[in-house]
Ligand binder design. Structure first.
Ligand code: COA
Length: 184
């Protein structure tokens, strides 16, 4: 296994590999986890998304990654940073998804915070975005906990379906205002 790109107190984020297929299927094929997408992924779609993430990782040095427990290496979910377009301009966005057995324990907040920190500290971004379905209350709560602020809503096409999305942002200044000054 390669070295993790990001570590948190309880998790490691590793670039995706084809060997992650079955572990990724444990959440990407769970209808409860995938309710915001309105469908689950087939094995072929998961493999394609793994290959897309690998390509982004080698092209940009960051991607959506496999989140594993730091001690047991159990698959927790996926999380990371990706390039996207919002409101007609390129943006850097965090994204996360957890296997159901890891909900309600603070893992999403811990992983998303580490991804924001990576975007500011390593990628030197000045602003980070997130997008979420308006019905996804758990994810909206995560973004509020992180200090992200609502921005303009957007329409995104996923799997050929237009979806209304809420967007959130956090600036470097706001993020570090609430952190230890040594982390600036
Ligand atoms: C969105 C999603 C990641 C949120 O997961 P979550 O479990 O609500 O979020 P967290 O892991 O940060 O856990 C927060 C909860 O754990 C509790 N918690 C327990 N221990 C904690 C700890 N050590 N630290 C922080 N929170 C802790 C918090 O109080 C909070 O509970 P509450 O919601 O009742 O207030 C999850 O629902 C999911 O994967 N959904 C499907 C995919 C998805 O929608 N992804 C996002 C697309 S934008």
């Amino acid at each position: 296994m390669k070295d993790p790109i990001i570590q948190t107190p309880r998790c490691c984020l590793f670039p995706f590999e084809e060997t992650d297929l079955r572990d990724a299927a444990s959440f990407l094929q769970d209808p409860e986890v995938m309710y915001a997408w309105e469908r689950t992924f087939t094995d072929e779609e998961i493999l394609q998304s793994i290959r897309d993430c690998k390509q982004e990782q080698s092209r940009n040095g960051f991607s959506i990654m496999m989140a594993r427990h730091r001690d047991t290496h159990e698959p927790i979910g996926r999380a990371g940073v990706r390039k996207d377009a919002l409101h007609g301009k390129p943006v850097i966005e965090i994204a996360y998804m957890l296997a159901k057995r890891f909900w309600g324990q603070g893992y999403a907040t811990e992983l998303a915070d580490a991804c924001i920190n990576f975007a500011f500290q390593t990628l030197k971004e000045d602003i980070v975005y997130a997008e979420v379905r308006p019905t996804n209350k758990a994810s909206i709560a995560v973004l509020h906990r992180l200090g992200m602020k609502p921005d303009k809503p957007a329409i995104k096409i996923y799997g050929g379906i237009p979806m209304a999305m809420l967007t959130f942002t956090i600036t470097r200044q706001d993020y570090f205002a609430n952190k230890d000054p040594l982390r600036k």
